[in-house]
Design a protein around this ligand. Sequence first.
Ligand SMILES: [Zn+2]
Length: 92
Amino acid sequence: VTSDDADRRAGADMACKDFVELITAYLDGALPDDVRTRVDEHLDLCDGCQNVLAQWRTIIALAGQLTEADVENTDEITRDRLLSIVRGLRRR
Ligand SMILES: [Zn+2]
């Protein structure tokens, strides 16, 4: 078994939670091309993650004004990421 084939299958079948793990790097343009391609493929197939991505873009645009109370309304994984983004942006 070559790990390359396994990786490719995993990529085509990327789980939404994997997408969430990658989304900040994706938005930063920090992903390697092959990973970014997998994310784009997942986005083509997954309306849910398209919506999440759109929300993130909005949130990042608004992050300077976002409060931690706003973030409390999101799910746990997203909340952790959001809080680190919000805090990171405020440090600038
Ligand atoms: Zn998804």
